[in-house]
Design a protein around this ligand. Structure first.
Ligand SMILES: Cc1cc2nc3c(=O)[nH]c(=O)nc-3n(C[C@H](O)[C@H](O)[C@H](O)COP(=O)(O)OP(=O)(O)OC[C@H]3O[C@@H](n4cnc5c(N)ncnc54)[C@H](O)[C@@H]3O)c2cc1C
Length: 423
């Protein structure tokens, strides 16, 4: 029996002889660009993908912790940041979660629904990448890897795309280069120079879905633990939003899904030099009075117990230790030694422990970026107002979503909107 070689590099591109003219040129071989290419090829268009690294779909391999959360059945404009949410709505309601699932089924990828978050049945991002690669191959997509785009020139009804591998003529162009999130996959923001040369308005690019940094030394009391908590964002003294989930303490800041969900606005405010605070509630399922009642109950019942041993009935030992240190209470002192003020300090720390945020992690640690080509540069079908038949899709546009499959959904829905508009 012959055993097939294991696929080590699912996104490896085999070399193709390129033509000089295509119906569509896609710049950027990420999720959005490859989806657009497949959709256009299925309309019998000839397609060339120009990718400046040696691989396509590299970032998709890393999505959803290697499992690829490719859409969400609760797809809705309110999950996005954009200056015009109706613009987003016009794109995602045309190609909603069911349409995205059908698109993947057409590639042989069946869905797994986890509380509305949709993953491939295989739980493997690699299977998503392999299926997309096989479809490109089946439909004879041409891919110019390691190719740098120098310029785009209009010639009559067509565009001339100038690269280090030669010139290509085309009627339609899709710009899908992403921004700078996880730069090591090729999304390095290099295309923004060409956008500027084209006279396109760009909103400041900053990381989003990213960990936040704090210089508060008390963060180290929590020894890099992961804990269920509710976190609230306070900017300029005003409460803005909160999220609940697994909070990760790091030596120099905080991360985890609830922090990522608040990071768009936190990063923007930190960049603008505004005071930003993250409020942590370690017992979100109990209100302050209930927590006070629990601690007072402990004091009444377990007088000789140490404070640390009392709190391990509520928290993991490291969390309990962090809370007591933060409240400036000796963990070894007995409950009967606690003053009324010390009890209130413990409750305050449990329900509202605050950290001043001063920085954010860089692009490599970000799942997406905020900013990009301004929405007012685009028609509702994602065509550039200044350039007929050139479309901008995916993360390159100034649209970013929260965690939960919303960013890949935007990549696929925007690809669909652009390709459907092509004659
Ligand atoms: C670790 C991680 C986990 C994530 N998990 C999820 C998830 O589970 N669900 C979800 O919805 N989203 C997730 N995301 C976000 C999601 O991956 C992105 O929103 C999505 O991949 C963006 O697709 P894109 O095609 O617009 O851009 P990109 O994926 O950034 O692709 C851009 C492509 O263009 C190429 N390129 C860049 N500049 C040029 C140039 N000048 N010339 C030619 N080519 C160029 C790049 O090399 C790259 O191949 C995650 C992101 C990360 C980093």
């Amino acid at each position: 029996m012959k055993v097939k070689k294991k696929v080590e590099k699912p996104n490896q591109i085999s070399s193709t002889a390129l033509k000089s003219q295509y119906d569509l040129i896609v710049v950027g071989g990420g999720a959005a660009g490859v989806a657009a290419a497949i959709m256009a090829l299925r309309k019998n268009m000839s397609v060339l993908i120009i990718e400046h690294t040696s691989r396509i779909l590299s970032k998709v391999l890393a999505t959803g912790n290697g499992r690829c959360n490719f859409t969400n059945y609760k797809l809705d404009k309110t999950a996005y940041y954009c200056d015009d949410l109706d613009f987003v709505d016009g794109v995602i309601s045309d190609f909603d979660a069911n349409a995205i699932v059908e698109f993947f089924k057409s590639l042989g990828i069946y869905p797994k629904d986890r509380d509305s978050y949709v993953y491939p049945s295989s739980d493997s991002a690699k299977s998503v990448v392999l299926s997309m690669m096989m479809e490109l191959d089946r439909l004879s997509c041409h891919i110019a890897a390691n190719t740098k785009l120098h310029d785009i020139k209009k010639t009559g009804d067509e565009y001339l795309v100038l690269t280090n591998e030669g010139k290509f003529r085309t009627r339609n162009i899709v710009l899908a280069t992403g921004l700078k999130a996880m730069e090591s996959t090729g999304s390095d923001g290099s295309f923004l120079d060409i956008c500027q040369k084209m006279g396109l308005g760009i909103k400041k690019v900053l990381p989003a879905l990213v960990g936040l940094g704090s210089e508060d030394p008390t963060i180290q009391y929590f020894e890099k633990i992961r804990v269920y908590a509710k976190v609230s964002l306070i900017i300029d003294g005003k409460f803005l939003a909160s999220d609940t989930g697994e909070l990760q303490f790091n030596d120099d800041g905080l991360s985890g899904i609830p922090v990522f969900q608040l990071s768009h606005r936190a990063v923007e405010a930190i960049y603008q030099g505004k005071p930003v605070i993250l409020d942590v509630d370690f017992m979100p399922d109990y209100d302050r009075e209930e927590v006070l009642g629990i601690i007072r109950g402990f004091v009444g019942k377990f007088k000789s117990k140490s404070c640390l041993m009392a709190l391990i009935g509520l928290f993991n030992e490291k969390v309990a230790m962090g809370i007591l240190k933060k409240a400036k209470v000796n963990p070894d002192s007995s409950l009967e030694e606690l003053s009324d003020q010390a009890i209130l300090d413990i409750v305050k720390t449990i329900k509202s422990d605050r950290f001043v945020l001063s920085t954010y992690k860089g692009y490599e640690g970000a799942q997406v970026c905020q900013g990009g080509i301004r929405i007012d540069e685009l028609k509702p079908n994602l065509e550039l107002k200044k350039y007929k038949n050139i479309y901008a899709i995916g993360e390159l546009c100034d649209v970013d979503g929260i965690c939960g499959g919303y960013n890949l959904s935007w990549a696929f829905a925007s690809a669909h909107k652009a390709v459907e508009s092509m004659a």
